[in-house]
Design a protein around this ligand. Structure first.
Ligand SMILES: [Zn+2]
Ligand SMILES: [Zn+2]
Length: 369
């Protein structure tokens, strides 16, 4: 408190801060207890207020906060302030049902209310989710910066949170000790998970740039899986085996699938399938959307004496004779009559969803990547 007015250290430029230190006409006191405050600058460059005399109770202590932790909070507050946000630190608030939360950094601009939590000590995923829930109930969007001391720790931290969803923006913050002491880098990704398909560029931004990008909506959530898959067919011409017919007819040889992964279309050839065991939903979609356009008889489950069972089969478009699957080679790319149909949308049943993930799973990425 400067006289009766609450002030924050991060709003002052270096020059302004020095001028404030030399302001002997004003009195400075701590907001926590009203005791006398002194103005300090840490060797990392954090401008902060401290108790002139060691506080008597723990209520006033910084809770064992490390210098780095304080520095990161300072840089976040300062950046938000410079972006035009009204910033409060250690802001106390309540959910509509009366549960308390205290935000490391809280900021408002227009109708937007945000919190940035800088988590220094390890916190379980469940704990983070509970705290996030309180913010959500209070109409506050909260992003988490989880500290990691090393690359390995960074990967482990983000690894725990690898299955992130839109309602919980989690990032890791890491200080590269080899670089300038002031450099903190924020990541959205862990490098251990290299076996998984990641078409997105990872975020790796300096703290101030990260905060600026975050509040200007340049970082957005992209779901990994789409609820829709795409399907196309390969079709060839065959002569009808029925001597009384003798016509040529189109037969579907195989179905091919395309998936959207992080909004990027990918074709997994290993997913291509014979039509034999095509499920009813897909069967209905491809008969209604493709059979007329490509002039093949609707596919249906038929009994085959040769096989001694029934399967989804082609039929001759002229005489309805069953065009047996044993007569169709599986891969007919060399067949000069081979045609690929256009793609149709079918529901994605999530065959490719990796363990622990869901349709809600995604990543926070830079827009335009
Ligand atoms: Zn105090
Ligand atoms: Zn025929």
């Amino acid at each position: 408190m400067k006289n009766e007015e609450q002030i924050y250290s991060f709003v002052y430029s270096l020059k302004g801060w020095i001028a404030l230190k030399e302001d002997k006409a004003s009195s400075f006191s701590m907001a926590c207890c009203g005791n006398q405050a002194i103005l300090k600058t840490s060797n990392l460059g954090t401008q902060f207020f401290a108790h002139k005399a060691k506080p008597e109770t723990n209520d006033c202590s910084t809770g064992g906060e490390t210098e780095e932790h304080r520095h990161i909070k300072y840089l976040v507050s300062k950046t938000l302030f410079e972006c035009g946000w009204r910033v409060e630190v250690e802001k106390r608030g309540f959910t509509p049902s009366g549960e308390e939360w205290i935000a490391d950094i809280y900021a408002e601009k227009g109708k937007a209310k945000i919190a940035i939590e800088v988590q220094w000590s390890p916190q379980t995923f469940i704990e983070t989710r509970l705290r996030q829930e309180k913010y959500a109930q209070s109409g506050v969007r909260c992003a988490w910066l989880l500290r990691s001391g090393s690359m390995k720790a960074r990967d482990a931290i983000v690894g725990d949170y690898a299955y992130s969803t839109k309602d919980m923006p989690v990032f890791s913050i890491y200080k590269n000790k080899k670089q300038d002491e002031q450099t903190y880098v924020v990541y959205n990704v862990n490098k251990l998970k290299t076996d998984s398909y990641e078409p997105l560029e990872p975020i790796s931004l300096e703290l101030e740039d990260f905060i600026k990008s975050l509040v200007s909506s340049k970082i957005k959530f992209t779901k990994k899986y789409s609820p829709v898959k795409r399907l196309y067919l390969k079709i060839i011409k065959q002569n009808c085996w029925n001597r009384r017919c003798g016509g040529t007819t189109k037969v579907v040889t195989r179905m091919y699938f395309k998936e959207m992964v992080f909004g990027i279309e990918i074709e997994y050839l290993f997913q291509s399938k014979a039509i034999d065991d095509c499920d009813d939903q897909i069967l209905k979609a491809l008969n209604s959307q493709l059979s007329k356009a490509y002039n093949f008889a609707p596919l249906r489950r038929r009994y085959s004496k040769t096989v001694g069972g029934s399967y989804v089969a082609n039929s001759c478009i002229h005489c309805d004779a069953l065009m047996g699957k044993h007569l169709i080679g599986y891969y007919n790319d060399e067949d000069p009559s081979m045609v690929k149909t256009h793609c149709i949308d079918i529901p994605n049943k999530g065959d490719l969803i990796e363990q622990g993930e869901s349709f809600e799973f995604g990543k926070w990425v830079m827009k335009g990547m």
